[in-house]
Write a protein that binds this ligand. Structure first.
Ligand SMILES: Cc1ncc(COP(=O)(O)O)c(C=O)c1O
Length: 440
């Protein structure tokens, strides 16, 4: 066990000093600069305010910049990450009667996009080391109606695209990447978004590449998919070369991004690589310290991949606390209480596997049957959802290094009190995902 940098091992929950001082600085995300404000003001003052207006240039500028950043031929900017996924699937011809393989551990938007395209999400388990779609589990749930794979580069780590590509190749179906959380992450030197038939990004303000509201980006090397995407985001109309035709060539919707959001993201993009480079050492130092704590699994980065560190997921092993797997939820809840009292803003990211949620249950399946299926088929997702804690947003500030060091102090302090943690976890039970579903 490393020496404690902090003066006391008495937990803040029991009246000790907080490991993370209340007046700690850093940890703001997104960072909005004068340049970002001016970019938005320029659009507000000079217009056009709508992406379909003649002369609009922010959206095209953002698309060219992101295509270049990802090394793809095309980029289409849209209204949100969910819209990006929905349009990409429809552009690939996915529709009613089709099944799309998605990981059971992801933001619900991944599955919503499949449903919005008229297809059915089929859930596969995630890998216990990377939390991304497990290719073996994906292969096991593929069937005659499988029409696409939709891996998620969850928390910023590229999914195992080599194995998934191979699976998709065998089945003759496309891979659409959900890269909503993984801007800039790489696999074998190629950036996500350039790894599948289409790559889908979110520009939600909390993402690594934020907009000032909502937005999404779709990347592709495929010229005809690009043409479809342009139509699908704008009422099925052809890209106007002059005046708009208002002729709908396919059923579509309005999924345009606003020029203000595009201008803001373009301005952020100018600093994107610099921020990524500057946040990396602080996050690595933090995770290296946590990796010394017995029984705490920190994010893994397999060879050939880089991590965008969008979310940091931490998985305590009950055994290290002298506990059995039945105490997984109680251990997570105890650590949650103790760490938050120390000033570490740990949170949960996903509280129930998607496959058990009312929106995505197989038609006709009772809640109890769906839950039993989840336990049987998605054991890793269940363990991760019930047993892990996450850090979100604050570490994205490139100046968050010292703050992260104080978080590491807090973890080390907690690990000096393992017996107390153990007692808390055994004296008080905590709700697992089944209860979360009942209460939600
Ligand atoms: C993995 C994943 N997919 C899709 C989305 C949807 O993106 P948006 O919120 O921009 O619609 C998100 C956003 O949180 C996400 O995390």
């Amino acid at each position: 066990m490393p020496e404690l940098a902090h003066a006391t091992t008495r937990l803040a929950l029991l009246g000790g000093d907080r490991a993370v001082p209340k007046d700690s600085v850093g940890g703001t995300w997104p960072l909005v600069t004068t340049a970002d404000e001016q970019a938005v003001l320029r659009v507000l003052r000079e217009g056009p305010l709508n992406a379909a207006s003649p002369g609009e240039r922010e959206v095209g500028g953002l698309e060219r910049a992101w295509a270049q950043a990802t090394g793809t031929r095309h980029c289409v900017a849209v209204a949100s990450g969910t819209a990006a996924l929905h349009l990409a699937l429809r552009g690939c011809g996915i529709g009613p009667g089709d099944e799309v393989i998605v990981p059971a551990l992801t933001m619900n938007a991944t599955a919503h996009a499949v449903c919005a395209a008229g297809a059915t999400p089929v859930f596969a388990d995630v890998d216990p080391d990377t939390y991304t779609l497990d290719p073996r589990s994906a292969a096991a749930v593929c069937g005659p109606r499988t029409a696409a794979l939709l891996p998620v580069h969850l928390h910023g780590l590229p999914a195992d695209m080599r194995a998934l590509d191979e699976l998709a190749g065998r089945r003759g179906v496309p891979v659409v990447e959900d890269a909503a959380q993984a801007h800039g992450a790489q696999l074998d030197g190629r950036r996500v978004g350039a790894l599948g038939k289409a790559g889908c990004f979110s520009l939600h303000p909390h993402k690594n590449l934020p907009s000032c509201g909502e937005g999404g980006l779709i990347t592709t090397d495929d010229d005809s998919l690009h043409e479809q995407l342009v139509r699908l985001r704008n009422f099925g109309e052809l890209e106007p070369t002059g005046a708009r035709s208002y002729i709908a060539h396919r059923a579509a919707l309005n999924a345009r991004i606003t020029p203000m959001a595009a201008a803001f993201t373009r301005s952020q993009l100018a600093r994107f690589d610099d921020y990524a480079r500057r946040r990396e050492p602080g996050i690595r130092r933090f995770l290296n310290r946590l990796a010394q704590l017995p029984g705490l699994r920190v994010p893994q980065v397999p060879a050939g991949r880089t991590h965008a560190w969008h979310i940091l997921r931490l998985m305590p092993d009950p055994e290290a606390f002298g506990l059995g797997p039945e105490h997984r939820c109680a251990l997570r809840a105890a650590l949650h209480r103790i760490l938050r009292a120390e000033g570490v803003p740990v949170s949960r990211y996903q509280v129930a596997p998607l496959a058990a949620q009312p929106a995505f249950r197989p038609p006709g399946a009772s809640p109890a049957d769906a839950a039993d299926q989840v336990d049987a088929l998605l054991p890793v997702t269940v363990a991760v959802v019930d047993g892990s804690l996450c850090l979100q947003r604050r570490h994205l500030d490139p100046a968050a290094g010292p703050l992260l060091q104080s978080y590491a102090d807090a973890f080390e302090k907690v690990w000096q009190n393992l017996e107390l943690v153990r007692r808390m976890a055994t004296s008080r039970s905590a709700p697992g995902w089944r209860e979360a579903l009942r209460q939600g």
